[in-house]
Design a protein around this ligand. Structure first.
Ligand code: GLP
Length: 249
């Protein structure tokens, strides 16, 4: 399979389709008594996917007992109890509402000490590899073309590491932090290489504000200036877009 796009009339329709694919994958893995290793994203883009997964869990008794998750990223430094943390976001929007085992939830820890950070990132990467890699990676995209927090300049083979956030990314995060001065300057993110090693990747793009970066990502030359363009070289990636996000394609 080559990279391709699917354009839906609305983000809701697209989200329901993606949630169904994830639910089917979880069920398939259950049939063979296997774990389902999911890479998960934060931001506004995946919220409806998580809502639908919660609905499927409640109304169709889909169990998450065999699901192991790895989140893409976390601000650094960041206390997990802070409402701006991705830890908080994931519990609020998904984990508190399904039967996933707490020990199966992996989110980069934004309060690791700076001395331990390098080793912590290597361990996060190794933990994914030891499980046989990600079965499915869900992505959003930032205005800079970042996936996770892999900002422009990220190497296509990069692993989980500590990065410095782009100014544009901090501007975009400013409202949630009540001002740019409160936005952390750094983050921990899975690498482009970590993401690309997933067996299946789905990137969600909603709304006209993503149209320009999605054109560069899908149709532009592959370059570290737009890290998401590296997905063009992945053989099982789908861009799930709504009408607005696809206006420049
Ligand atoms: C943050 C996250 C990304 C996400 C991006 C877009 O930068 N680290 O993983 O894709 O925001 O967010 P949104 O989906 O709200 O547009």
């Amino acid at each position: 399979e080559k990279i391709h796009n699917v354009i839906f009339n609305s983000s809701t329709e697209g989200s329901l389709t993606v949630a169904r694919e994830i639910a089917d994958l979880i069920k398939d893995k259950q049939k063979s008594n296997a774990n389902c290793i999911l890479g998960l994203a934060t931001g506004s883009s995946p919220i409806k996917v998580y809502e639908e997964l919660i609905r499927i869990h409640k109304e169709e008794s889909l169990s998450f007992a065999n699901v192991i998750t790895f989140n893409l990223d976390e601000y650094y430094p960041m206390d997990k109890n802070n409402i701006q943390s991705y830890y908080y976001f994931m519990h609020e929007h998904l984990f508190n509402h399904v039967d996933i085992l707490p020990e199966n939830i992996n989110i980069p820890n934004g309060s690791v000490s700076s001395e331990d950070l390098y080793e912590y990132c290597i361990d996060y990467e190794m933990k994914i590899k030891a499980l046989g890699g990600l079965d499915f990676e869900l992505l959003g995209i930032g205005r800079t073309g970042h996936i996770g927090f892999n900002e422009p300049g990220s190497h296509f083979n990069s692993g989980t590491r500590n990065i410095t956030l782009d100014h544009i990314t901090r501007v975009d995060a400013a409202p949630a932090f009540l001002g740019i001065d409160n936005v952390p300057r750094k983050a921990i993110t899975m690498g482009v290489g970590t993401v690309r090693s997933a067996k299946r990747i789905v990137l969600l793009g909603w709304g006209i504000s993503k149209a320009n970066i999605l054109k560069k990502t899908i149709e532009g030359e592959i370059t570290s200036h737009v890290p998401a363009t590296y997905l063009q070289e992945h053989n099982n990636t789908t861009f799930v877009l709504d009408k607005g996000a696809s206006t420049e394609l």
